[in-house]
Ligand binder design. Structure first.
Ligand SMILES: [Zn+2]
Length: 252
C-alpha cells in the first residue's frame, strides 16, 4: 500500500490520455481549470481517493469497449474497474475500425470472452446466464466485455462489432439486478459500468471482489459528489467503513 499514486497508469488512464491527446480543443471537465485534478483518480486533490484504492486478486478479466467520449468523463466508472481488477483492458470503440490489440486479446486462449448485454436483444442460443468455473470451457478465465457507453451507443456498438458475434452473450438475470437494487437505495434502474462489473464478478464466483468494487464505487461517489457540492470528504462515513472492512485499505 502507499505505492498506488506512483503505480503505472492503468488501461483506462492510458486510453484517457490518448483520447485527450487527439482532442482538437481541450476537454474542460466541470469543476475547474486544468491542472486541478489528480492524475491518479481524476478528482480534485482535496478529494483524491488514490490512497483508498483497494486491491483484490481476481481470476476474471474485464475488457472495456468505450464510446468515444467515455474516457474523458470524470464520472466514468470504467476507471474504477481498472483500479480494482488487475486484468482490465480498455479500447476506444469506432464503427469503422477495430484495434489490433483488441482482436489479439479476444483470440488469447487463456480467456473465455462473454459479451455482457441484455439477452432479449439476442438470439436465444447465444445467451448464457452462468459463468461459474464449472460452466467455463476448459477452465478458461472469464473475460467480461463491457460496452461502456450510453444505452443507445451500446446498442449500436453491439450491432456493429462483428468480431463479437462469435462469443456468448451474458445476460444479467432480472432477479440478480433487483436484489442488487435493494441494497442500493440511491439508484434508479440505471446501471453504471462498475455495477455491471460487480455483478459479473459475483456470477464468476468472486464475491469478495464484487463487494470490494461495489464498496469502492460508493466511496468514489461520495468523494465525487462532495467535491461537486464543495463539501469536505467524511472519511469515516458508512461507505468508507464498509470499504475498509472488505479490503485492506489504510485508515486516514
Ligand atoms: Zn487521486
Amino acid at each position: 500500500m502507499g505505492e498506488h499514486a506512483a503505480a503505472a497508469p492503468h488501461a483506462v488512464s492510458r486510453l484517457r490520455a490518448e483520447r485527450l491527446a487527439r482532442s482538437a480543443k481541450p476537454f474542460l471537465a466541470r469543476g475547474g481549470p486544468k491542472g486541478e485534478r489528480c492524475a491518479g483518480c481524476r478528482l480534485v486533490p482535496s478529494h483524491c481517493i488514490c490512497a483508498l484504492r483497494p486491491q483484490v486478486p481476481t481470476r476474471a478479466g474485464m475488457c472495456l469497449l468505450m464510446a468515444d467520449i467515455e474516457p474523458l468523463k470524470p464520472s466514468n466508472t470504467g476507471w474504477l474497474i481498472a483500479d480494482v481488477v488487475a486484468d482490465t483492458f480498455a479500447f476506444g470503440w469506432a464503427r469503422t475500425e477495430v484495434q489490433p490489440g483488441l482482436l489479439a486479446l479476444l483470440a488469447d486462449p487463456q480467456w473465455q470472452p462473454y459479451v455482457v448485454f441484455p439477452g432479449e436483444f439476442v438470439a436465444p442460443e447465444r445467451v448464457v446466464t452462468q459463468v461459474a468455473p464449472e460452466h467455463a470451457p476448459n477452465g478458461k478465465r472469464p473475460l467480461f466485455i463491457l460496452l461502456d457507453a450510453t444505452w443507445p451507443e451500446a446498442r449500436k456498438m453491439f450491432r456493429k462489432s462483428p468480431y463479437l458475434d462469435r462469443f456468448p452473450v451474458l445476460s444479467l438475470a432480472s432477479e440478480q439486478i433487483s436484489r442488487y437494487q435493494l441494497r442500493r437505495s440511491r439508484r434508479d434502474d440505471h446501471f453504471c459500468t462498475s455495477e455491471v462489473a460487480s455483478l459479473c464478478l459475483e456470477l464468476a464466483g468472486e464475491a469478495q471482489a464484487a463487494q470490494v468494487l461495489d464498496a469502492y464505487l460508493d466511496v468514489f461517489t461520495h468523494h465525487y459528489l462532495q467535491s461537486k457540492h464543495q463539501l469536505p470528504v467524511v472519511a469515516d462515513d458508512p461507505t468508507h467503513l464498509r470499504l475498509r472492512s472488505l479490503a485492506m485499505v489504510p485508515a486516514p
